[in-house]
Ligand binder design. Structure first.
Ligand code: NAD
Length: 349
């Protein structure tokens, strides 16, 4: 018998095609009257259009969000937020926009509506990853969990094929690690397996036909489930490595997850046979690692850390940092084991 504890995250999820039209209703339902819209600089026009849609419910647009929630960006946004006298936050975009919302919510406790446009999954977690200089800090707090998440398939229709592939594998990594998490439980394992199945079916369709609506819906549903897993259980080696590569070496988030995933899974195969059998089953493959490599090749995801800008001379230091503090992982984490894994991911063997 498996003994487990399952803690559900308190949040409301609105999922569909065209659901962004309900943003005003959701804002009002939270009792908010002046929300700040948070976007990345490249999505400023989308922010302005949404402000127009919300009319008097919008206090203004803050178009500053950046990867890994740099503290100086949050501080500048806090000043803008104060000047707007906003009573709530609406983050629209990928993990960067949602990260800014979380960083502001941590400091102000304002309610948040998150409207994700990628598959990163941050909207489902009580976790904020923020950076101060080269240091990436992870904060877990109920304050950063959005109150409402609106998933709108229409917003993902223009996600370019390359970002679809890498962001989709970023999501899949949450689900794979959930299956062998130390606090895995029957609920998250069900969500994880279905998430992998949905993403594995949808991503190959989407790189060929980015505007396939049923596949977009399936990918977004898979990403939601993966995010829910990430928000509930403790992640292991894969996420630790990506955190180090992104935080200390500036590698791009989704591409790094996509590249590392099959290698981290290969490392854990000997110690997590049941989880890997579920991964394989969900992928429709006879072997989990082969299935992950085949999917990544099929969707044209990046294969080597070298191509993402890591230098060979960084590998020792990356292994050092990743092995410095102990954390949960099915197979014991050793410096040499990580160095070998990173060496393989570096060349894309
Ligand atoms: P991102 O938010 O930086 O988006 C990447 C780029 O794509 C941006 O330029 C963005 O404007 C653009 N974009 C977003 N949606 C688009 C769309 N639908 N069509 C066209 N372009 C679009 O990248 P991401 O991978 O979504 O998020 C990465 C960030 O999220 C990192 O900072 C990471 O640390 C964080 N994250 C946090 C958690 C968590 O639980 N705390 C989980 C996952 C990711």
């Amino acid at each position: 018998m498996q003994r487990f504890i399952y803690t559900a995250a308190p949040m409301r999820v609105v999922f569909g095609d065209g659901t962004l039209a309900e943003l005003g209703e959701e804002v009002a339902r939270l009792g908010l009257a002046r929300v700040a819209l948070l976007v990345t600089p490249s999505q400023a026009a989308r922010g302005e259009a949404l402000a127009a849609q919300l009319g008097p419910l919008a206090a203004g647009v803050i178009a500053r969000a950046a990867m890994h929630a740099p503290v100086e960006v949050t501080e500048a946004a806090l000043a803008e937020l104060g000047a707007m006298r906003a009573d709530g936050l609406v983050a629209v975009g990928g993990g960067s926009a949602i990260g800014l919302g979380k960083a502001l919510a941590l400091r102000t406790d304002l309610p948040q509506v998150a409207v994700p446009t990628t598959y990163a999954g941050s909207e489902m977690t009580p976790i904020l990853g923020q950076t101060a200089g080269r240091e990436k800090q992870t904060i877990r707090s109920a304050k950063v969990l959005p109150e409402v998440v609106i998933y709108d398939v229409a917003l993902t229709m223009g996600l370019p094929p390359a970002l679809t592939a890498t962001s989709g594998l970023n999501a899949m990594a949450h689900a794979v690690e959930a299956l062998y998490a130390p606090d895995a439980n029957p609920v998250t394992s069900l969500m994880a397996e279905d998430s992998i199945r949905a993403l594995a079916a949808a991503l190959p369709v989407l790189v060929d036909r980015p505007a396939d609506r049923p596949a977009r819906a399936e990918a977004l549903r898979g990403a939601w489930l993966a995010g829910a897993c990430l928000g509930t259980v403790t992640v292991s080696l894969h996420h630790k490595l990506c955190h180090v590569l992104g935080g200390s070496f500036g590698l791009p988030h989704a591409e790094t997850h996509a590249t590392v995933l099959p290698h981290a899974a290969a490392y854990n195969v000997p110690a997590a046979p049941e989880a890997m059998a579920r991964v394989a089953r969900a992928l429709g493959a006879s072997d989990a690692v082969e299935g992950l490599f085949a999917l990544s090749a099929r969707i044209g995801a990046p294969r080597s850390l070298a191509a993402l800008g890591l230098r060979e001379s960084d590998l020792d230091q990356a292994a050092e940092i990743a092995a410095a503090n102990p954390y949960a992982n099915p197979r014991p984490v050793t410096r040499q084991g990580i160095r070998d894994l990173l060496g393989a991911a570096f060349t894309g063997r």
